[in-house]
Design a protein around this ligand. Structure first.
Ligand code: B4P
Length: 192
């Protein structure tokens, strides 16, 4: 089983690149952002709770997100592997994921970390906000999300670096060029 974590700040292209990775390598996509937005649009109790945090640019509490991941893994026991997009976003989430995967005997294979400058991140998210209508893509909330990233998410990259699992990828440039860099890394582990 091949388990990939796609890591990076808000707007680094995790969701964008996941689409091509899933198609080429037939992995199960686990996007906590998508799972949460789905709960929000269905107005479930979990979604109503999560929305309060998302609209402020804050991370949703760990226990909520970890519970969703555990369910998703249990629903896909026959998968070739998973791509974790936007998860883990805190060290507590990374430890919980390791525990869940260890229990299933399928650890994380590699963590690909997308590197994009802050100016480029802001530019991308502001222009997405103009078309997506996403309530967290406006200048004030974007600044808050980037701050949350530095405070809570950036330490996750050290967590994986110490485990010798982190590979950095230049996330600037054409979407297809970034995808080629990602594919080159994945191909060192599996053949599509
Ligand atoms: P997410 O939905 O995970 O996503 P994101 O951070 O907005 O961006 P992503 O990196 O996926 O960027 P994308 O490809 O879309 O998070 C949203 C919120 O959900 C969080 O703030 C948090 O509140 C909550 N949440 C999610 N997971 C959580 C967790 N584990 N714990 C707690 N809370 C959690 O790209 C952005 C834009 O850039 C797009 O418009 C795209 O077209 C463009 N783009 C992409 N690549 C490009 C390139 N190479 N060149 C030019 N433009 C590019």
């Amino acid at each position: 089983m091949f388990n990939l974590v796609l890591f990076g700040p808000p707007g680094s292209g995790k969701g964008t690149q996941s689409i091509s990775i899933i198609e080429k390598y037939k992995l199960i996509h686990v996007s906590t952002g998508d799972l949460l937005r789905n709960e929000v649009s269905n107005e479930t109790p979990l979604g109503l709770e999560a929305k309060k945090y998302m609209d402020l640019g804050m991370l949703v509490p760990d226990e909520v997100v970890i519970g969703m991941i555990s369910t998703k893994l249990d629903e896909n026991t026959e998968a070739n592997g998973f791509i974790f997009d936007g998860f883990p976003r805190t060290v507590a989430q990374a430890e919980a994921l390791d525990n869940l995967l260890e229990f299933k005997n399928n650890p994380i294979t590699v963590v690909l970390s997308l590197k994009v400058s802050e100016n480029e991140l802001k530019k991308r998210l502001i222009s997405r906000g103009e078309v997506s209508g996403r309530s967290d893509d406006n200048e004030e909330v974007i600044a808050k999300r980037i701050k949350e990233y530095h405070a809570k998410t950036a330490p996750v990259s050290d967590y994986y670096k110490h485990k010798d699992k982190l590979v950095e990828i230049n996330g600037e440039g054409e979407v297809s060029d970034v995808f080629n860099l990602i594919s080159n890394q994945i191909d060192t582990f599996i053949i599509a």
